[in-house]
Design a protein around this ligand. Structure first.
Ligand code: ZN
Length: 438
């Protein structure tokens, strides 16, 4: 079987609609994006047209809808659009909109399915990374809600919309992918409970809301503009939201998701637990084989005791482990807040390759300078050889920096190093230093 590759939309496509919470008209355009970039929103209505990455760490609010923020710039109710993108297995896209939320449409992902059908899907060069669940991951909520991920080859969701009213309790277990998302999940509409509607209106939410874009449940009865699209439409919408919120995870998930009493808050709590497991898995992908977890690793404070570098030029967050005197593995989380992303490049953030070389140099310096004889000295670059840049590094990536000292005698140190993302080498170089007093 061919290696699955990352995808994006083939063509630019636009739609018009009304936003739910503010009730304003909005124009939304979807555009192709490079491999590894994920989803980004661009606010066309604001000065400088700021970009907000659809990353888990950008979630600012989860009441009724999922809101992302970058500084003071927000975009709300992103979950149905993201669900359609991830559901149709489109990995990368730039979403431009001239309001603070996408159109609400009919309360399902159907309008976005139409948009994405117009835009088409195109394969990119890069192979697609996924997070294959190998160990169970779970979270529980105080109201009895829970979510868990179990090992499974594909992507399957088993979900119930059970709630305290006992009416319309549904359960569905379904394998979801681009082959069936549009038919089985994407058309399921949002539902609200009658008792909640007044409260929401009172809070200034759902200004654009009506029976046009939600099903209202009042006790046993259902108020809806058109008949139910599926007998179990409610649980299908729950699954739609789970997929949309998990689209904020850096890569597609392969596993069996179990979910009860979900909310955006619980979905995102779960996504964060998965992220923790994913980061632990990434940092275990050490190509320097069999490094014993012997010596104590270093946190940022320890690192800063050895290196004089400070933000924004500290390119190592942690040392994960040392192997003897000559090998170390460091970690740097690359966030969109790094100042160089502003200009490298606007709307298309890529970590400069030279800064990856710098991160190798900083890990090498830690190896050299932690020797007591070199304490308080500095390593100065003398040469960089065989530098290679193999793949772009994007915001959200975790850079694993693996360095081996090949020489450290007298005043000269030599090192080889590689930076890895998701277990793949993204850059490498051979460095030479002079060790000198400060
Ligand atoms: Zn929803």
């Amino acid at each position: 079987m061919a290696t699955p590759r990352e995808t994006t939309v083939e063509n630019e496509a636009s739609m018009m609609g009304t936003s739910l919470h503010s009730g304003s008209k909005v124009r939304l355009t979807i555009k192709p994006a490079v491999a590894g970039s994920g989803y980004h929103f661009r606010r066309m209505d604001l000065a400088d047209q700021p970009v907000i990455p659809a990353f888990l760490e950008k979630v600012k609010q989860v009441e009724r809808a999922t809101t992302l923020a970058e500084g003071s710039v927000k975009v709300s109710t992103v979950e149905h659009l993201l669900s359609a993108l991830r559901g149709l297995e489109i990995d990368n896209a730039m979403i431009e909109l001239d309001a603070n939320e996408p159109p609400i449409g009919d309360g399902s992902a159907a309008p976005f399915l139409e948009l994405l059908a117009k835009a088409g899907r195109k394969e990119l060069e890069a192979p697609r990374s996924v997070f294959q669940i190998k160990e169970p991951v779970w979270v529980t909520a105080p109201d009895g809600g829970y979510m868990a991920a179990l090992p499974h080859e594909g992507f399957k969701v088993s979900c119930t919309n059970a709630n305290n009213t006992a009416y319309h309790t549904q359960f569905l277990s379904i394998e979801v992918g681009a082959h069936n998302y549009a038919k089985e999940i994407g058309r399921a509409r949002t539902f609200v409970f009658y008792d909640e509607v007044e409260h929401l209106l009172g809070k200034g939410l759902i200004k654009g809301g009506s029976l046009e874009n939600a099903i209202v449940i009042r006790g046993e009865s259902i108020m809806s503009k058109e008949p139910l699209r599926y007998p179990d439409e409610f649980v299908r919408h729950k699954i739609l939201d789970v997929i949309g919120d998990l689209a904020l995870f850096p890569v597609p998930i392969r596993g069996h998701i179990l979910a009860a009493k979900t909310s955006h808050g619980l979905n995102l709590l779960f996504a964060k637990a998965l992220l923790k497991a994913y980061r632990a898995y990434q940092s275990s992908l050490m190509p320097v084989e069999n490094i014993p977890v012997g010596e104590r690793a270093m946190d940022t404070n320890d690192v800063m005791k050895i290196l004089p570098h400070r933000y924004p030029f500290l390119m190592v967050d942690r040392i994960l482990r040392f192997e003897g005197e000559t090998k170390a593995v460091g970690l740097k989380t690359v966030t969109i807040n790094e100042p160089y992303f502003q200009g490298h490049f606007p709307g298309h953030p890529i970590m400069p390759g030279v800064l990856q070389i710098e991160s190798i140099a900083q890990v090498a310096s830690i190896l050299l300078l932690r020797n007591t004889e070199n304490a308080g000295k500095l390593g100065y670059f003398m040469s960089v050889d065989r530098a290679k840049f193999r793949k772009p590094v994007m915001p959200g990536d975790v850079l694993i920096i693996q360095v081996e000292l090949t020489k450290s005698r007298g005043k000269i140190g030599k090192a080889t190093g590689q930076c890895l993302v998701n277990g793949e080498v993204v850059s490498e170089a051979e460095l030479m230093f002079a060790i000198m007093d400060r």
